[in-house]
Design a binder for this molecule. Structure first.
Ligand code: APR
Length: 260
């Protein structure tokens, strides 16, 4: 499928970063088994100082992805860009790992924002998360804007917030225009992000899902590979890049195999 495609969209979720040590949300032991998603609504964040204190504490305890590095899945997706066949990466992740692995930032659309930045909700002043982390480490429980003392919020999408329109519009456009969408490490449970594989299929693209767990789009997919993202993507990109075209089978494949 990769060899006959030239506008490939890779769509990723938290499952592509678990092998970097960042827990996903809905697997056993995932973030929503430890924290209440209801605490992460924009309404609660704005409404109470207590909630803001709690959310900054959770974000700090979560390590704010301090020392995480890309894993072989991220590097394989960056390799795919070098072939000239990758149209873009659409990610729900906020960890910046696709860019760290080498994907061009202008080819990565972040539907749920990025933890690198913190923004003032009053004057839009921006701060690096590293700078804010230093303040939190010195015991400040709720950082506020140094310019206007407004509320500071990580530049990520909370529940109840609209997705950044530029990223969302681009994701829809590229999903509707690709010839292959590979969805990796997502339960495809959260909308409108989870519409992207549907838009791709509606536009006549092939759909491949690489995910340990089942997803609501499995029946729609041309191929489902229930295996770990890192080893699977590394083998696929190696296979594709193998001039002799050796075909060592990728484990866990089910669904209709395309005519070669
Ligand atoms: N390899 C392949 N799949 C994996 C791996 C792995 N190493 N680790 C986990 N998975 C799978 C899990 O089986 C699960 O189906 O990745 C999926 C991750 O699903 P979620 O935890 O629901 O994460 P995601 O789909 O990204 O969630 C979407 O929900 O809470 C919001 O904003 C949050 O962006 C997030 C959105």
């Amino acid at each position: 499928m990769i060899s006959v495609s030239d506008r490939i969209v890779v769509f990723t979720g938290a499952g592509v970063s678990t092998e970097s040590g960042i827990p996903d949300f809905r697997s056993p032991g995932g973030i929503w088994t430890k924290f209440d998603p209801d605490d992460f609504t924009i309404q609660k964040f704005l409404r109470s100082i207590e909630t803001r204190k709690k959310q900054w504490k959770i974000l700090v305890e979560g390590g704010l992805f301090s020392s995480v590095r890309p894993n072989q899945a991220h590097y394989a997706i960056a390799e795919l860009e070098k072939t000239g066949k990758l149209d873009c990466v659409i990610t729900q992740n906020i960890d910046d790992l696709h860019q760290k692995a080498g994907n061009s930032p202008d080819k990565v659309f972040e539907l749920h924002g990025n933890m690198k930045l913190v923004r003032c909700l009053s004057c839009d002043e921006q701060y690096n998360m590293e700078y804010i982390k230093e303040k939190l480490k010195k015991g400040i429980e709720i950082p506020d804007c140094e310019k206007c003392h407004g509320i500071l919020k990580p530049d990520i999408v909370f529940f109840g917030e609209a997705l950044p329109s530029r990223a969302k519009d681009a994701a829809i456009k590229h999903s509707r225009n690709c010839d292959l969408l590979i969805a990796i490490g997502s339960s495809l449970a959260v909308y409108p992000a989870a519409f992207m594989p549907v838009y791709a299929k509606e536009a006549g693209a092939k759909l491949v899902i690489i995910n340990i767990g089942e997803t609501p789009c499995d029946e729609l997919a041309d191929i489902v590979i229930n295996s770990k993202a890192g080893e699977t993507m590394a083998r696929i990109v190696k296979l594709f890049g193998d001039p002799k075209g050796n075909r060592t089978p990728v484990t866990g494949v089910r669904g209709r195999c395309p005519d070669r």
